[in-house]
Design a protein around this ligand. Structure first.
Ligand SMILES: *[C@@H]1O[C@H](CO)[C@@H](O)[C@H](O)[C@H]1NC(C)=O
Ligand SMILES: *[C@@H]1O[C@H](CO)[C@@H](O)[C@H](O)[C@H]1NC(C)=O
Ligand SMILES: *[C@@H]1O[C@H](CO)[C@@H](O)[C@H](O)[C@H]1NC(C)=O
Ligand SMILES: *[C@@H]1O[C@H](CO)[C@@H](O)[C@H](O)[C@H]1NC(C)=O
Ligand SMILES: *[C@@H]1O[C@H](CO)[C@@H](O)[C@H](O)[C@H]1NC(C)=O
Ligand SMILES: *[C@@H]1O[C@H](CO)[C@@H](O)[C@H](O)[C@H]1NC(C)=O
Ligand SMILES: *[C@@H]1O[C@H](CO)[C@@H](O)[C@H](O)[C@H]1NC(C)=O
Ligand SMILES: *[C@@H]1O[C@H](CO)[C@@H](O)[C@H](O)[C@H]1NC(C)=O
Ligand SMILES: *[C@@H]1O[C@H](CO)[C@@H](O)[C@H](O)[C@H]1NC(C)=O
Ligand SMILES: *[C@@H]1O[C@H](CO)[C@@H](O)[C@H](O)[C@H]1NC(C)=O
Length: 394
């Protein structure tokens, strides 16, 4: 303090430094007076430099009169005054991410989702060994998946969905053994799904919807014993669904629609997937019968097996699925050529939440049961093949 005063010749300068002291001591646990970790500050300024538009003026607080740990969207560790979180989601920011981000070596979380970032995801992110959460979803990032990310062994969540990323999903991703949630949906990824993803033993959510992936679903996925959400729809996956997948009892969302999958469903599906909620397999080439055990998965909300090649009867006690909201059997060859094909509708009167029942384009025969009038008052659309050949829709 004495040294500071003696070196300051004017009152203004003393006050300025006093002001700075107050600011700095507001920053908790600052160990040394006025100390700023220069590397972090420089990296943040380099990041700011590549942000071209900032309509809400979020980055105006990133200035010299405020300690960088108090800049908007920046959170520091108390002990080291190092940046641990960068939180700038939904700020309408336009720009690219500076490679300097790799110098923020204490970073645990990057939340930049829902902006207009473009360019590539800098490989320097691979230097962030403490990184646990990476949220870059809903932006315009291009280029390939940043393979260097596979060095960040503490990653729990990668969400880079809704971008313009292309190329293959790197096989090395399978080494992130702490990964809980992986969301790559709505990008342009091509090639096969790496079998190594089956080694992500902590995985809870795997969302690869809406890409251009091909090849088969890796058999190794049967090892994802804590998987809750599996979403692979709107790709070009072929082959059969590996049987061990139906044995992952934690699965709630089983979403494989709009691919080229074939094969049939195991008869005990509803027993091996007891907490299933979303069962969405529409627009594939699946065949065989609807397993009657489906009614044992009592939490089912959505059943969509439309536009496949399923045959045979519809389980008569579907109505024991009390949470059923959406039922789509359209475009199969269901039916038994007997007059009671539609008798399953009787039990659906129990489904108070039923909003949609789509049955057209099948081989159902027989009269519509009178119970059709007693279906849920929430029913908004229903379609079925009328015995006379035309069909009704509401
Ligand atoms: C620096 O940021 C602070 C906090 O947002 C703000 O009050 C101040 O006006 C800014 N200074 C400049 C020069 O932009
Ligand atoms: C400041 O950052 C550098 C470079 O990352 C690091 O080596 C150093 O330990 C940091 N200083 C403190 C006090 O955390
Ligand atoms: C994205 O950010 C805008 C504001 O910039 C906000 O209005 C919108 O709700 C956000 N969308 C999502 C999905 O978070
Ligand atoms: C920080 O990162 C940039 C780009 O990766 C690099 O050029 C620079 O030397 C690094 N170190 C410091 C101290 O800024
Ligand atoms: C990316 O990872 C490779 C292999 O680990 C490494 O050699 C390279 O330096 C990394 N690149 C950057 C920019 O960190
Ligand atoms: C993964 O996502 C789920 C659902 O959004 C969330 O509850 C869970 O906390 C996430 N896991 C981690 C490690 O963040
Ligand atoms: C990833 O972000 C999307 C929005 O782009 C969100 O809907 C989804 O739940 C997130 N996924 C995970 C695994 O957190
Ligand atoms: C999908 O894969 C099949 C072969 O399995 C191929 O013939 C077809 O061209 C692919 N379609 C697209 C859109 O990539
Ligand atoms: C499914 O799990 C049961 C019980 O853990 C086991 O006996 C059976 O072999 C498994 N089936 C497949 C196809 O993995
Ligand atoms: C499956 O559901 C049917 C019909 O509700 C019931 O009779 C049967 O006992 C259930 N099986 C198991 C193993 O819960």
């Amino acid at each position: 303090m004495a040294r500071l005063l003696s070196s300051s010749s004017t009152l203004f300068s003393v006050l300025f430094h006093m002001g700075f002291i107050v600011l700095a001591s507001n920053v908790k646990a600052s160990t040394a007076f006025g100390f700023t970790n220069k590397t972090d500050r420089q990296a943040l300024l380099a990041i700011k430099d590549q942000i071209l538009e900032d309509p809400y003026r979020v980055l105006s607080s990133w200035n010299d009169s405020v300690h960088f740990c108090n800049w908007q969207g920046v959170i520091c560790s108390h002990r080291h005054q190092r940046v641990t979180i960068l939180h700038l989601s939904s700020k309408n920011l336009v720009g690219s991410i500076s490679p300097h981000i790799g110098n923020l070596t204490f970073l645990r979380g990057i939340y930049l989702e829902n902006n207009s970032f473009h360019g590539t995801i800098p490989p320097e992110i691979g230097q962030l060994s403490r990184l646990q959460q990476l949220w870059l979803n809903i932006n315009s990032f291009q280029g390939e998946f940043p393979t260097n990310l596979t060095s960040c062994l503490n990653l729990r969540v990668i969400n880079i969905s809704e971008n313009n990323l292309a190329g293959k999903i790197p096989s090395k991703l399978g080494s992130l053994s702490n990964l809980f949630n992986l969301s790559l949906f709505k990008n342009h990824f091509t090639g096969n799904i790496p079998p190594s993803l089956g080694y992500l033993s902590a995985l809870r959510i795997l969302d690869l919807n809406k890409n251009n992936l091909e090849g088969s679903i890796p058999f190794e996925f049967g090892q994802l014993l804590d998987l809750q959400i599996l979403q692979l729809s709107n790709n070009n996956l072929s082959g059969v669904v590996p049987i061990p997948l139906y044995n992952i009892s934690s699965i709630k969302f089983f979403v494989l629609a709009s691919n080229q999958l074939h094969g049939s469903l195991p008869p005990d599906l509803g027993l091996t997937l007891p907490i299933l909620e979303q069962f969405i397999l529409g627009s594939n080439q699946l065949s065989g019968t609807i397993p009657p055990s489906l009614v044992n998965a009592s939490r089912i909300v959505t059943i969509d097996i439309a536009r496949n090649a399923f045959t045979g009867p519809v389980p008569v006690n579907l109505g024991s699925l009390l949470y059923l909201d959406w039922l789509n059997f359209e475009g199969n060859t269901l039916g038994t050529n007997q007059d009671n094909d539609l008798s399953f509708i009787n039990s659906l009167v129990n489904c108070a939440n039923l909003r949609s029942m789509l049955l057209s384009g099948n081989g159902f025969r027989g009269e519509l049961p009178n119970s059709i009038g007693n279906l849920s008052t929430k029913l908004q659309q229903y379609k079925w093949n009328h015995p006379r050949g035309d069909w009704e829709s509401h």
